[in-house]
Write a protein that binds this ligand. Structure first.
Ligand code: DC
Length: 229
């Protein structure tokens, strides 16, 4: 019998569906799930709350040393796929607020910030089978992942999905602003010098623009079954 991949890395741009797909895949396989974007978002929220500039790398690193960011399975049945606490406070939904969207890319572009957050991410994979989603999982965090997927979608479709998600949570938003924010984050995430958003050479490319969540899941489950690992 073929072994199942123990580590599955899913990378892709904002709004490509990584979290929805990754969480459901992990649930079906019985694996742990880590959305690494949440770790950068929690750091950003802490910086905003403490008045630390998102451009001050040294102050951000010091802040990471002071605060406690914890990731755990969903504690409440309200559509979340993970629970994130900041110094014990449940900030899962606060991490999706506009102020975090607007500030997270500069925070995640600092090499020392990335370095400080690397251990938290790798330790999750060292504890057992995992589905991990982000920007640099297949290239930097888990370069030896058994299965790598690069999940993409057009920026217009990603903006449409992000807006629908906001609407479902009762948050008013403007399509053009959401689109603009995604374009800016794409440029920052792909253009930074350290661990930019990039497809690993051995990743499977999946364009989800015109695919349903179920179709994408089926496709990735086929890859899991066919994985030589
Ligand atoms: O996936 P997301 O939108 O929640 O990610 C938020 C930000 O965090 C994104 O703009 C880039 C950054 N990020 C990163 O640099 N590396 C990761 N592995 C995950 C996210």
């Amino acid at each position: 019998m073929r072994a199942r991949p123990r580590s599955i890395a899913i990378d892709g741009p904002a709004g490509s569906g990584k979290t929805t797909i990754g969480a459901e895949l992990a649930r079906r396989l019985g694996y742990a799930f880590l959305d690494t974007g949440m770790v950068y978002r929690a750091t950003t929220l802490a910086a905003v709350r403490c008045g630390v500039s998102v451009h001050d790398e040294a102050a951000l690193v010091a802040l990471i040393g002071r605060v406690q960011i914890a990731v755990s399975p969903p504690a409440v049945d309200d559509g979340r796929v993970t629970t994130i606490t900041l110094d014990g406070e449940d900030v899962t939904w606060a991490l999706r607020e506009r102020v975090v969207d607007d500030n997270v890319s500069p925070v995640s572009a600092h090499p020392l910030v990335r370095d400080r957050l690397l251990g938290v991410q790798r330790s999750v994979a060292s504890q057992g089978p995992v589905v991990m989603v982000g920007r640099d999982i297949g290239t930097v965090i888990l370069p030896g992942a058994d299965l790598k997927v690069y999940l993409d979608a057009s920026v217009e479709e990603r903006a449409r999905r992000r807006q629908a998600e906001l609407q479902a949570r009762g948050v008013a938003s403007n399509y053009d602003e959401v689109l603009d924010n995604l374009r800016q984050r794409d440029a920052m995430d792909s253009g930074r010098s350290v661990a930019p958003l990039a497809q690993a050479p051995d990743a499977h490319y999946v364009d989800s623009t015109s695919l349903s969540v179920d179709s994408v899941l089926q496709h990735i489950e086929d890859l899991v079954r066919g994985c030589h690992c």
